[in-house]
Ligand binder design. Structure first.
Ligand code: OAD
Length: 244
């Protein structure tokens, strides 16, 4: 892949870089994206019937069946070169923050440590009443999983439609977007707020916007660089060019 020398120069001199990722970065790990999923992940389900608090209260068993299926899909998934490149960026730039909309945990599996999981993590649960969180829970039998501390029902620790994002994560994401010299937007359709506004926030503060996507998105027209291609190939090429 031919990378613009002016971009490489900017990255070589950059002290602070922020990256936002979406489902597209995990596509090459075999996890269907949300927009692709009209034929894949969500074709079988109506998201409003599943990924909302109302859906969970009205049919927790169905929602848990869907999440158990997704958790199995994610357990079998492994990071791809794009995840590893971003883990490498942590050591490459003096100040680096990774913000992800993905709930698959693949960035952490690839070794990323400075990470904001804006929409939570599907491999973790929290209880409905008190918010006690657990990485492991009893899933046996026909009963729904209950909190071992307060006995209220357990739910996946992810942000559902209609729910607000954790304030601490959101403000950290805003700070990282306001205070960077380069902002990467990788594998996201740039449609869902508030994540979709982070790039504009960075641009308002003078950051160089670099978009990596198979196709143009609403962000493309205001990006300084649009690296069109699969995240695995593009991020690997960047990683190699910056390491040389
Ligand atoms: P989408 O499914 O909306 O968009 C995936 C993007 O990745 C699209 O722009 C694709 O063109 C691009 N893409 C697909 N494969 C790619 C590849 N191999 N390399 C590079 N780009 C690729 O997923 P998100 O933008 O992440 O919210 O969706 C944002 C949010 O919408 C999700 O976090 C979810 C959903 O509602 C919640 O669950 C709260």
């Amino acid at each position: 892949m031919n990378l613009d020398p002016s971009l490489l120069k900017i990255l070589t001199e950059a002290q602070s870089v922020t990256a936002l990722t979406g489902a597209g970065i995990s596509a090459e790990s075999g996890i269907p994206t949300f927009r692709d999923a009209q034929t894949g992940l969500w074709a079988k389900y109506n998201p409003e019937e599943l990924a909302t608090p109302g859906a969970f209260l009205s049919n927790p068993t169905l929602v848990w069946q869907w999440y158990s299926w997704r958790q199995q899909l994610i357990r079998e998934a492994t990071p791809n070169p794009a995840h590893y490149a971003l883990a490498d960026f942590e050591d490459l730039f003096p100040h680096f923050m990774l913000i992800t909309q993905n709930v698959d945990g693949l960035h952490r599996k690839a070794g990323s440590r400075t990470i904001i999981e804006l929409h939570g993590y599907i491999g973790r649960v929290r209880c409905w009443d008190k918010g006690h969180t657990f990485d492991y829970w009893h899933t046996g039998g026909v009963r729904l999983p209950e909190c071992p501390v307060c006995s209220s029902i357990l739910r996946p620790d992810v942000v559902w439609f209609g729910e607000s994002l954790p304030m601490a994560d959101l403000s950290a994401a805003f700070e990282a977007s306001k205070n960077c010299e380069v902002f990467f937007s990788i594998g996201t359709s740039s449609l869902v707020q508030p994540a979709a506004s982070l790039a504009s926030l960075a641009r308002e503060r003078g950051a160089c916007i670099v978009e990596v996507n198979l196709d143009p998105t609403p962000l493309t027209s205001i990006s300084d660089y649009f690296l069109q291609g699969a995240a695995g190939a593009v991020m690997s090429a960047l990683q190699a060019a910056l390491a040389s």
